[in-house]
Design a protein around this ligand. Structure first.
Ligand code: PEP
Length: 261
């Protein structure tokens, strides 16, 4: 059995009081409404709110009850030093952050994040005991010209395949077709499953059957309370990376509860 995971990527949304309200509501409602305790829920707010997210993720009376894990949306590729504005993996780890999204298409597109940087960020995270959630995926043009497997293959090989097997086995991968992110055009379950199975097979060729078998591969791209159930029912889809729909507790919790019983 593979891990089942739902990640909320808040991107650059919510003021401090709005973030506090949503984190509070998520903790309270996940406590009552999460159907399957085996689903790992990860919330990735902006850096500024990571500490608050960590404070609010446990039960007030029993800190061993954790309702969601805390992640962030990026990390510096450098360990420390004169890099104004950057946030290091060691800082995040010291604040209780357990997960970090890397190589999101918005970072690749707007901030020029390369596969080489993805690789360095992943190294920093692993050295600091933070689990990287590594995004890959093709844009609309690449899909139209049938290049999706070339693009994803390059992102995985250059970003990740330098890792030793033990390190690779600590990753979570997210397939996020760029044409589906924030567009309302969710990939069909068949389209997503095809790519997930292909990724798993590529990982098997590189790292062997066992590592590929247990690797969590999440789908991201306009996944919502309506589409999550059919996507999560696919054999190689282990959950979702959720953008827009993670900003509302009703939608996010409905997605968390979308796995087959
Ligand atoms: C994302 O940003 O990772 C994402 C999947 O966004 P959305 O769900 O809004 O398409």
């Amino acid at each position: 059995m593979r891990r089942k995971i739902v990640v909320g990527n808040w991107k650059m949304n919510k003021t401090f009081p709005e973030a506090e309200d949503l984190l509070d509501e998520l903790a309270e409602r996940l406590k009552e409404e999460q159907d399957d305790q085996d689903v790992e829920v990860i919330v990735c707010p902006p850096f500024l709110y990571a500490e608050m997210a960590h404070d609010l993720c446990t039960d007030e009376d029993d800190e061993s009850q954790v309702y969601y894990s805390v992640g962030v949306q990026d990390v510096s590729e450098h360990a420390q030093g004169a890099y104004t504005g950057e946030v290091s993996a060691a800082m995040l780890s010291s604040m209780g952050v357990e997960y970090c999204i890397v190589g999101h298409s918005e970072r690749r597109k707007y901030f020029g994040e390369s596969d080489a940087q993805v690789s360095r960020k992943v190294e920093q995270l692993l050295q600091n005991e933070i689990t990287p959630i590594v995004c890959c995926g093709e844009n609309a043009e690449e899909r139209e010209s049938g290049m999706q497997f070339d693009v994803i293959g390059r992102q995985l090989k250059e970003g990740l395949f330098g890792l030793k097997p033990l390190d690779f086995s600590r990753l979570v991968i997210a397939y996020e077709p760029v044409w589906a992110i924030g567009t309302g055009k969710t990939a069909t379950p068949g389209q997503a499953q095809e790519v997930h199975a292909w990724i798993r097979n590529l990982v098997q060729e590189q790292y062997g059957k066992e590592i590929a078998r247990v690797l969590p591969i999440l789908y991201g791209g306009s996944c919502n309370a309506r589409t999550a159930r059919d996507l999560f029912a696919q054999p190689d889809i282990d959950g979702g990376l959720i953008g827009g729909a993670s900003l509302n507790a009703d939608d996010f919790i409905a997605i968390v509860n979308s796995f087959e019983k």
